[in-house]
Design a protein around this ligand. Structure first.
Ligand SMILES: N[C@@H](CCC(=O)N[C@@H](CS)C(=O)NCC(=O)O)C(=O)O
Length: 217
């Protein structure tokens, strides 16, 4: 086995990569973070200390999107997460950026604010993050009409990004009935076996959710 993934099951960006691995049944060694030795290895590989990080035959690959691109190039499977057609691939990459920048980032802002000491909290930043999520839900709801997956007909990198970011964003700032296409899409993602597996593996850690996990997926 050449692939080692440094990850934690409860992390949204790790789930993004796990979905890609599970979609193609790609074998890998799971180095679960939170363990002192695994954390030290991660810090040595990537001083930025963000995860996931993949090591492929001695080569370190950082950033969830780049890891998924790397898997598609070096370990392709039956499910092509980035279309061969470069124009279609552009739309997939746009939606991937959309979920990282405008869903996952404001979601993390709200969640991480809660972990800070009360005196260091940033209510204005949280207000801005909630407003961004409302704008993102609204734009995506319109774009989704008539689409099964985020970038159109086929499950892709964009859906790997969407699944965990929307999952936790809905916990931090509920999507609500005003955005029915987004709610339906979130349900479709939860029914996808690769994401259902990632969600199941993360269940034991729900107590970690700083805002308090709701009693639902
Ligand atoms: N841009 C990175 C973001 C990764 C990221 O934010 N990971 C979170 C876990 S979901 C993390 O490393 N958190 C640790 C920290 O913030 O110290 C990517 O796309 O992989």
């Amino acid at each position: 086995m050449t692939l080692t993934l440094y990850a934690h099951p409860f992390s949204a960006y790790c789930q993004k990569v796990l979905i890609a691995l599970y979609e193609n049944g790609t074998p890998f060694e799971y180095r679960t973070l939170g363990d002192e030795q695994a954390d030290a290895e991660l810090a040595a590989l990537w001083p930025i200390k963000r995860f996931p990080v993949l090591v492929d035959a001695g080569r370190t690959v950082m950033e969830a999107t780049i890891i998924i691109e790397h898997l598609g190039l070096h370990h392709p499977g039956p499910v092509r997460l980035i279309p061969d057609d470069p124009r279609e691939a552009l739309d997939v990459r746009l939606m991937d950026r959309f979920f990282d920048n405008y869903v996952a980032t404001p979601m993390q802002k709200i969640v991480f604010n809660q972990i800070r000491p009360e005196t260091d909290r940033d209510p204005y930043g949280v207000k801005e993050a909630r407003a961004m999520l409302d704008r993102a839900y609204g734009w995506f709801d319109e774009r989704l009409a008539g689409r099964e997956w985020a970038a159109g007909g086929a499950f892709s990198l964009a859906d790997c990004a969407a699944a965990p970011s929307l999952f936790y964003a809905d916990w931090a700032h509920p999507v609500g009935e005003a955005f029915p296409h987004v709610l339906d899409y979130r349900r479709r993602l939860l029914a996808r076996p690769s994401f259902a597996r990632a969600v199941d593996e993360a269940r034991p850690y729900r107590g970690f959710f700083p805002l308090g996990a709701p009693d639902r997926d």
